[in-house]
Design a protein around this ligand. Structure first.
Ligand code: GLN
Length: 544
């Protein structure tokens, strides 16, 4: 294949037995170890569904939609990749079956395959293979790790497994390996770990012509030598390539578990790459040390409408962990459904918390609960942070209860309101298609000198990521500012309000952008860091 950059090495991560084994965390942990040894690594995710991207999926279907700097709406695993590696991903790091097919179909319409019958093999598999290698063209990476979504054996995974088979065949002996993540379940009644599901899953891969090079086995109990030997024998892998992935206390422990199992060394040996120096993981270990040995504790509420599924708020939850560790403070997070909050019960629902974060979201459901929450934290001076819809609700609440505009609303919820304090962005007015059409990705923001936000960032110019259609209505800006809700972050190109903060409140800050997309283990986001700090302070004052 001419696109195959011979200098780049490729690692594929497939999953067997069941979904939710943590392929994303495994890929990110391995990448971390290789990066810590000095290799330039990136990770990409191939998802076997037909949506062109996950942007149109309800969070209940697929968890959070993660947004990259270049404005791609992607799988939440890309968030893990960025948080672990502290490097940015892009549109090219997430590919779906829908994207593959739409490329092939538009090529067919253009006549690129003129005269040929367009088929899964070779046309779809060729497109998959060229995307496997796409990031090598930049010359920026020594190693590309590709995670294949879904489970081997699914109908929709078949073209990907076939593409891996061909790709491996096209590659040099030491240029491409396959890691298969499986489950070794424990049977309580017979008190033993069972290898059969893994054997079957490997057989499934073998039927498609793919021999995994390494098995990573999720397990509740340590794998004995004899279990490892059995897996090695039946799955045709060397015994040192049977890697135990025991349940971890935190996802951030997984790189160290994999290090103990020598996953990085086994991978490097199979790719004939030098092990170089020992991995430099001091910063990572320092983070874990703080995460696990907090000196204080706060209770924070995350008020949103997808609270039954924490994956819907993955990046926010992880950002709070990073910020907690930075403050050596344990963050106990309570997910609270805004649908069941009203002015009558708000004190009971959130009154005991040390900080409240109102989540991003779409649509009418749960809006009034969010607004009641914000009124309560504003009046009771509880630290508050709002993100995207959370900021919009803060603006609506202030308009209604401080400015006295009783019917103030966002036109998203009430198109006929007399006081549209949040309304559709100009550029959105002619948009009819839903997919990939929001204001997406990183935009500039200038911070007002002397504002709390500027203090937190320690700079006046920032870039943050967005995902929205509605915005603060500037016709009301002077009124808000006069009453104390200040626009302290502005997009200079379009004069859009990006951050509001409240005067005479210990911590009340809300942003139109999503700070959670850019918080990483080694670079916790200042908003979250200061929010946890404020919650900690609030708690101490309450206890006095
Ligand atoms: N629904 C709001 C908008 O589109 C907020 C979006 C969000 O919270 N991500 O502007």
């Amino acid at each position: 294949m001419e696109t195959l950059n011979s200098k780049t090495k490729y690692i594929f991560v497939t999953g067997g037995v069941t979904s939710s084994l943590g392929k994303g965390i495994l890929a990110a942990s391995l990448a971390k170890l290789l990066q810590a040894r000095g290799y330039r690594v990136t990770i990409q995710k191939f998802d076997p569904y037909i949506n062109v991207d996950p942007g149109t999926l309800n969070p209940y279907e697929h968890g959070e939609c993660f947004v990259t700097e270049d404005g791609a709406e992607t799988d939440l695993d890309l968030g893990h990749y960025e948080r672990f590696l502290n490097v940015r991903t892009s549109q090219a790091n997430n590919v779906t079956t829908g994207r593959i097919y739409s490329t092939v179909i538009s090529k067919e319409r253009k006549g690129d395959y003129l005269g040929k019958t367009v088929q899964v093999v070779p046309h779809i598999t060729d497109e998959i293979k060229s995307r496997f290698a796409k990031l090598s063209e930049t010359g920026e990476y020594d190693i590309i790790i590709t995670e294949i979504g879904g489970t081997v054996g699914d109908i929709e995974s078949l073209p990907y497994v076939e593409a891996i088979r061909q790709f491996k065949w096209d590659s040099g002996t030491y240029d491409c390996i396959v890691i298969h993540l499986t489950l070794v379940p424990y049977l309580k009644t017979s008190e033993e770990l069972k290898t059969k599901p893994t054997q079957h899953s490997v057989k499934e891969l073998l039927e498609s012509g793919v021999q995994p090079d390494i098995l990573v086995c999720r397990t509740e109990y340590p794998l004995s030598k004899s279990i490892r030997r059995k897996l090695a024998l039946f799955c045709n892998v060397k015994i040192n390539a049977v890697i135990e992935a025991i349940d971890a206390q935190s996802i951030y422990d997984v790189p160290l578990h994999m290090l103990k199992e020598n996953l990085d060394k086994v991978v490097l040996a199979k790719l004939k790459l030098a092990t170089k120096s020992e991995p430099q993981l001091n910063d990572w270990k320092a983070f874990l040390q703080k995460l696990k040995n907090p000196v204080s504790e706060v209770n924070i509420g995350l008020v949103g409408k997808y609270t039954e599924l924490p994956d819907a708020y993955k990046s926010i939850i992880e950002s709070l962990k990073h910020a907690g560790a930075q403050n050596e403070c344990k963050v106990n997070l309570e997910l609270i459904s805004s649908e069941y909050i009203s002015e009558a019960n708000v004190a009971e629902k959130i009154g005991e918390l040390d900080g409240v974060l109102v989540a991003p979201g779409f649509g009418e459901r749960g809006i009034e609960g969010k607004i009641a929450t914000i009124k309560y934290v504003r009046e009771n001076k509880i630290p508050f942070m709002g993100i995207c819809l959370g900021m919009q609700c803060a603006v609506i609440e202030f308009a209604r209860n401080v400015l006295g505009l009783a019917d103030a609303h966002s036109t998203e919820m009430n198109p006929d309101t007399k006081n549209p304090v949040i309304y559709l962005m100009e550029e959105q007015k002619d948009v009819t298609e839903k997919g990939g059409t929001m204001r997406l990705g990183a935009y500039n923001c200038e911070l007002k000198k002397g504002s709390k936000a500027q203090n937190m960032y320690g700079t006046t110019s920032i870039m943050e990521r967005h995902r929205h259609r509605f915005e603060f209505n500037n016709a009301y800006r002077a009124q808000f500012e006069k009453a104390g809700l200040k626009a302290v972050g502005l997009n200079p190109e379009q004069d859009l309000v990006e951050i509001v903060e409240l005067e005479n409140h210990p911590f009340f800050i809300a942003s139109q952008f999503h700070p959670e997309y850019s918080s990483t283990v080694l670079n916790p986001h200042p908003f979250f860091v200061h929010f946890v700090q404020a919650a900690n302070l609030y708690k101490q004052i309450q206890e006095r």
